[in-house]
Ligand binder design. Structure first.
Ligand SMILES: C[S@@+](CC[C@H](N)C(=O)[O-])C[C@H]1O[C@@H](n2cnc3c(N)ncnc32)[C@H](O)[C@@H]1O
Length: 248
């Protein structure tokens, strides 16, 4: 755990002030256009990847699900389409993202119970959820703290599903990917007329990938935190990966 703790300390030192003072303003700024901007920036790729992620998630009638850093509720809505007889909770710090998410869920006839708070401390009892999901947000978090909280609120036998952009373990792919991301973020923030907060964070979004985990490292970290049957599936040269981890 020491090497992971060292990496977490380095991430915290580099990004803590951005996490605490800027990230919320960025998501407030882009909330209304967030889903469209993602599709545009990824040339529709994200939608396909999300479908693949959702397909890996087992949800059964009567289960209680928590989507961590739920944003505009894309995951909760897709899970309810897959199995309408589940109870879905969404937690996120951004009022603006959750407002959009609440409206999107209601439009499609779904109810998602929203909780506005920082996910480093989850306001739920131990052993409470059958399934926990977390997509596209871990770069902005203290990973050991949040994953430990997720493990605490999962029931024994429950599963954690994680999907995110990661740091490719191949250095050449990492360089090409960061170059692409930088260009892409600048174009998107110009196209959707982002405010100054979002524009200023373009470099941070790329730096956060550089200091982040590879697929293998994230699998290893989950195992060290006591999750069992950890699987990590790397896609697109390791630029994104899907992980599943169980609590026994
Ligand atoms: C890139 S969005 C991803 C949203 C959603 N999971 C998706 O896949 O579309 C990241 C989300 O993480 C949330 N977030 C970032 N740091 C957070 C924190 N410390 N506590 C709670 N939410 C946080 C942001 O408000 C934002 O809604």
């Amino acid at each position: 755990m020491t090497s992971f703790q060292e990496k977490e300390n380095a991430r915290k030192k580099a990004f803590e002030s951005i996490w605490e003072t800027k990230i919320n303003a960025v998501f407030a700024d882009v909330a209304a256009t967030y889903d469209k901007a993602n599709d545009f920036a990824s040339l529709g790729l994200l939608k396909g990847l999300r479908r693949r992620f959702i397909a890996t998630i087992d949800v059964e009638q009567g289960q209680r699900v928590l989507d961590v850093c739920a944003g505009t509720n894309v995951i909760g809505i897709e899970l309810l389409k897959k199995q309408p007889e589940i109870e879905v909770h969404a937690i996120d710090r951004s009022d603006s993202m959750q407002e959009v998410g609440k409206a999107r869920a209601a439009q499609q006839g779904f109810e998602i119970k929203g909780h506005i708070c920082d996910v480093h401390s989850l306001p739920f009892p131990d052993n409470h959820f059958d399934v926990v999901t977390l997509q596209y947000a871990t770069r902005h978090l203290r990973v050991i703290d949040v994953f430990s909280e997720i493990k605490r609120v999962l029931k024994p036998g429950g599963s954690f599903y994680h999907f995110d952009m990661l740091r490719p373990s191949n250095k050449i792919i990492e360089e090409a990917y960061c170059l692409y991301l930088k260009g892409c973020l600048k174009t998107v923030s110009w196209a959707i007329k982002s405010g100054p907060e979002a524009k200023a964070c373009c470099d941070y979004f790329v730096d956060a990938i550089r200091l982040f985990y590879s697929t293998e490292e994230l699998s290893h970290l989950l195992s060290e935190l006591g999750f069992k049957d950890v699987t990590g599936r790397s896609l697109l040269g390791g630029t994104v990966a899907m992980h599943k981890a169980c609590k026994t």
